[in-house]
Design a protein around this ligand. Structure first.
Ligand code: PMV
Ligand code: MG
Length: 332
């Protein structure tokens, strides 16, 4: 019997977090090569297992498995098939993106949704495009009441460095409530996902604070502080940064990321907690720009370094501050 194995990676924001919650804003989000794995094979009935929980379920309602179950329902609805009409399968998901019970903060509920779609796309030979994956995963999460921008999904579905311009989620949620899934998916939701090809030789580093932060709570805490000025200034710097990455303009990459970092610092004191302040301060005197990533308040920060020697020094300073290197890769 054919057994199919697929993987999805993680994601981290480089610029545009929080602003991206407002439709029409743009964020730069990087794929991270730390993977979750799904194995799927034919089975007499649907069986679902995730190593997040120590039990398996079918399609009978289960709180822990609700998102995976909803993802399957979304896909079957999209195909216009009832669950009974489709060959049943056994799906097993492993790779928790955490250590010692502490999450890295590079995945999300979005990762599981995209992974499940990827696995079933391979099992049923559907060849779903990255864009359709994005729409099906976003549809599922909106249906589940997720309060995120879907930037994580854009990055994970494309598995690439992307510039994501967000869509009007309440509008799409209304379509979902009122129209068929086929009609909703056929519409232009108004987002834009562009793959970025950086031309600038540099190293991209991820520092893990080992302090888990919950994006949903951070969004609820910070949301009301977002002003039109914050949005306009962030948008300006994000677009400048994208262009600078593509045209290998090092100084502008540094100044634009410094500005978005300052904007986050001014948005809420919850974003730069002590660990993330230390992660940023470690750039001092080095040919490096560092910042908090995503919701902040813990999880990870990122850095872009223009000198391998300075990367080494940065990693040493991070270690001294209790920040662990999770990933180091060349951006171009
Ligand atoms: O902490 P992360 O990597 O899940 O990123 C959250 C980014 C926010 O803009 C704060 C929320 C969102 O969903 O876009
Ligand atoms: Mg986070």
């Amino acid at each position: 019997m054919k057994m199919i194995k697929v993987q999805t990676g993680g994601k981290l924001y480089i610029a545009g977090e929080y602003a991206i919650l407002t439709p029409g804003q743009t964020a730069i989000i990087k794929n991270i090569p730390i993977h979750m794995t799904a194995e799927v094979k034919g089975s007499p009935e649907i069986k679902l297992f995730s190593d997040m929980f120590d039990y398996a379920v079918g399609m009978t309602e289960d709180n822990n498995y609700a998102l995976i179950q909803q993802t399957i329902v979304t896909l079957f609805d999209y195909l216009g098939k009832s669950a009974e009409a489709m060959p049943p399968f056994e799906l097993s998901i492993t790779g928790k993106m955490e250590r010692d019970g502490k999450k890295y903060g590079i995945g999300s509920s979005g990762s599981v949704t995209v992974l499940t779609l990827n696995a079933l796309s391979a099992f049923y030979d559907l060849n779903l495009s990255a864009d359709l994956l994005f729409k099906l995963a976003s549809y599922t999460l909106l249906k589940m009441g997720d309060n995120g921008s879907m930037g994580d999904i854009a990055c994970i579905a494309y598995d690439d460095l992307v510039a994501f311009t967000s869509f009007d989620r309440p509008k799409v949620a209304k379509w979902i409530a009122e129209e068929s899934i086929q009609e909703v998916l056929d519409k232009d939701w108004g987002y834009r996902i562009e793959r970025i090809k950086p031309a600038l030789p540099c190293e991209f580093l991820v520092g893990w604070t080992m302090q888990p932060s919950i994006s949903r709570d951070m969004i609820n805490l910070v949301k009301s502080a977002i002003t039109p000025e914050f949005l306009a200034e962030t948008q300006k710097q994000v677009l400048i940064c994208q262009k600078a990455l593509e045209s290998a303009d090092k100084e502008t990459v540094k100044t634009s990321l410094q500005k978005v970092s300052d904007l986050l610092l001014g948005l809420s004191s919850a974003i730069y907690n002590d660990k993330l302040k230390a992660l940023k301060a470690a750039e001092k005197g080095l040919d490096v720009i560092a910042k908090s990533s995503g919701s902040g308040g813990g999880d990870c920060g990122i850095a872009i370094s223009f000198s391998p020697n300075d990367s080494k020094e940065l990693i040493k300073r991070w270690q001294e501050a209790g920040i662990e290197l999770l990933d180091l890769e060349e951006l171009a």
